[in-house]
Ligand binder design. Structure first.
Ligand code: KIV
Ligand code: ZN
Length: 497
């Protein structure tokens, strides 16, 4: 069996997504869950980009033990110095430096030449080597870089001391066969290639990120750069869970990872809930429908033999199919167990608080599902926000205009407003806007009823644009108008500091 190194970039490339920013405490929570999952390298941030990113790299370095902590830089000396400083406390550390190598980057981004870029590549690796032993070099936009020039760069940076060379398909353009051939070309034509590891880093613009990554691995790459739930710039990065389960399912490939796949589902839920990024229901491995059989023929087949229609045992990804039903008679232990399956670990004091809310909800609703439980855990976070919804009253119906009165608590002070609108949500949002005087536009508004009954919780995801940046808000409530306004306020809290 060959070992494949898993390099997780959820906290760097994943966190670059507008509206998905985490605070340092949340990042530490994700980093520790990644350690528990068994990733080999955690890319913790881009320290020079902001004081927040610098601090997160410092704190993650202190918080994890086994994985290597990696910090991103450009091919700029100052970036490298700052990254080295941020990694000071890491038990195992790596600097990830690099530069664009495609004609688009060389001509338009840098107004430079291939020879100059080659010099800068060598220089930044040598500079990073002064601070750390383990230096990874990325050839940005390698997907659109001519293979002969790419090989020249890879050979030179390995000679300069790079231990890993990353071949990003930055724009997600390559076909799987093309990307695989690129890796093979490097394996066969770069002198000294066995002194370094080739890494894949594939974006999903054409939906080929996982296929390209696997093609790279089949042709010799031994590190993959991935994110939980495939989050990342634009259409995202390669999903960690997809690569891990492909290799687990296809034993004939003889490629092993350190991933404990039973932790996949909890970490997927944790990342989705902390970043307010819903997982698409039909997402491979972690989507709500990934193991749901709805057609009668499939259900019949699965009941006779699970393997008729399932290639993965849901238990292997940590989906507990025998979960104990949560009802008004469930105790704290059952609630705690379900929360931990969903990746939420709480102190006894916080659990007690959530348990009280849980009992109230269970009185209104027969079965409490995973989304309800996450909603209860999320409410705890909402209580700490700067802007809170004190009350909301709406009058709506057929043949009358909707009217809403809203009271917001902003940093301890109460503000009231009333407005009419084209439906109850519109009226309430107009009232909120009278209190929060910011230019903001709703870009996306998604309401989902979770299960079946009319007593069920409605989940609302809202994307609000402010000053050209999109911010995500989420809420869940048995009252969908309240859930909508809470999600709107959740998004506003991301930019009103
Ligand atoms: O997609 C990309 O090229 C990157 C590099 C900075 C590694 O994220
Ligand atoms: Zn990337």
């Amino acid at each position: 069996m060959d070992k494949l190194f898993i390099f997780d970039t959820t906290l760097r490339d994943g966190e670059q997504v507008p509206g998905c920013q985490l605070n340092t405490i949340e990042k530490i929570q994700v980093a520790q869950a990644l350690e528990n999952l068994g990733v080999d390298i955690i890319e913790a941030g881009f320290p020079i980009s902001s004081p927040g990113d610098f601090k997160s790299v410092v704190e993650i370095s202190k918080a994890v033990t086994w994985p290597k902590v990696c910090a991103l830089t450009r091919a700029v000396e100052k970036d490298i110095e700052v990254a080295a400083e941020a990694l000071k406390y890491a038990k195992h550390k790596r600097i990830h430096t690099g530069i664009g190598t495609s004609p688009y980057h060389i001509q338009y981004k840098f107004n430079s030449t291939q020879d100059e870029i080659l010099e800068r590549a060598i220089a930044c690796v040598k500079y990073a080597k002064k601070y750390v032993e383990d230096v990874e070099f990325y050839c940005e936009d390698a997907g659109r870089t001519d293979n002969v020039y790419l090989a020249k760069v890879v050979e030179a940076v390995i000679k300069a001391g790079a231990t890993v060379v990353n071949i990003p398909d930055t724009t997600g353009y390559c076909l799987p066969s093309e990307y695989g051939e690129k890796i093979r070309f490097l394996m066969e034509n770069v002198k000294g290639i066995h002194n370094a590891i080739l890494s894949t880093h594939c974006h999903n613009d054409l939906g080929m990120a996982t296929a390209n990554t696997i093609s790279g691995v089949l042709n010799g790459a031994r590190q993959v750069e991935v994110t939980i739930n495939g989050i990342g710039e634009r259409a995202g990065n390669t999903s960690l869970e997809e690569v891990a389960m492909i290799l687990k399912s296809h034993k004939e490939l003889s490629i092993n990872t350190n991933i404990n796949t039973k932790h996949i589902y909890p970490i997927s839920r944790m990342v989705s809930s902390l970043m307010n990024m819903p997982v698409q229901p039909n997402k491979a491995i972690v989507g709500r429908n990934a193991f749901a059989h709805s057609s009668g023929i499939h259900q019949d087949g699965v009941l006779k033999n699970r393997e008729s229609y399932e290639i993965i045992d849901p238990n292997d990804v940590g989906l507990d199919t025998n979960t104990i039903a949560l009802t008004a008679r469930s105790g704290r232990a059952a609630l705690k167990h379900r929360l931990s399956i969903l990746g939420v670990e709480l102190s006894q004091e916080k659990l007690d608080g959530i348990y009280e809310e849980f009992l109230k909800l269970a009185d209104r609703k027969k079965d409490i599902n995973d989304d309800d439980v996450l909603m209860l855990a999320g409410k705890e976070r909402a209580d700490k926000q700067r802007i809170k919804l004190e009350y909301l009253q709406v009058t709506s119906g057929v043949g009358i205009q909707s009217v809403a009165s809203v009271c917001l608590n902003i940093a301890g002070e109460k503000f009231e407003a009333a407005a009419s609108g084209n439906g109850p949500v519109d009226a309430a949002i107009r009232a909120v806007k009278q209190i929060v005087h910011r230019k903001m536009t709703i870009q996306e508004f998604l309401i989902q009823a979770i299960n079946k009954g009319s007593d069920d919780v409605g989940k609302v995801h809202m994307q609000v644009e402010h000053n050209g940046v999109n911010y995500y808000g989420f809420s869940a409530n048995t009252d969908i108008v309240a859930a909508s306004i809470e999600a709107y306020i959740d998004a506003i809290n991301k930019f009103v500091k």
